[in-house]
Design a protein around this ligand. Sequence first.
Ligand SMILES: [Fe+2]
Length: 205
Amino acid sequence: MKKDFTDVSKHYAARSHEKMKEVLMDPGGNGPVIHYYMIRGGSEQKNVTIWEPGTISGEYIKTYGHYHIGDLSENYWIVYGEGIALIQKLAENEKDEMILDVVEEFRAIPAKPGQKIFMPPGFGHLLVNTGKTYFVTMDDSPVDFEERDPANFPGHADYEPVKKMRGFAYYVVEKNGQPALKRNPLYKTINKEDLGGFPKLDFSC
Ligand SMILES: [Fe+2]
């Protein structure tokens, strides 16, 4: 039977500064009330995401980031603006559980309009707006509209590991007007990394 959730928006959601504090480099920094907007159509109609431009204590506005539940990949099409995609795969223990502070592989991928970026299964992903305008993408991740509040928190996405680690292994920060990558000190080890040509900053910078 079709469920009727009249108190949540079926297709539209927005990620607030309040929620994003969980994963910001500086949770006390000032930012816009809404960091990004989502219109979710699922695999067929696609999902549209629009980022505000700007920084919070030097960190560029980004999506929260998540891992997929199950063996699910995803494609992102860059529509407008300028950004960077971050993807990371965590190490796993013998029970196939993620080891939260050990990254098996990390990649930063420059994202320009016309480009398609593939998010492989097992890789957590987020995108960052490093431009001066909105950054706009489309993606083909599935949305089960039978769930409660699917636009805001779709069931295929696991946000908890990102929340516990206060973001990904690197934050994308503005340094002399250009994007640079700054390590998140909560991650102990990164076994393999490709920073996409972006400079790397020390913990202390
Ligand atoms: Fe995803």
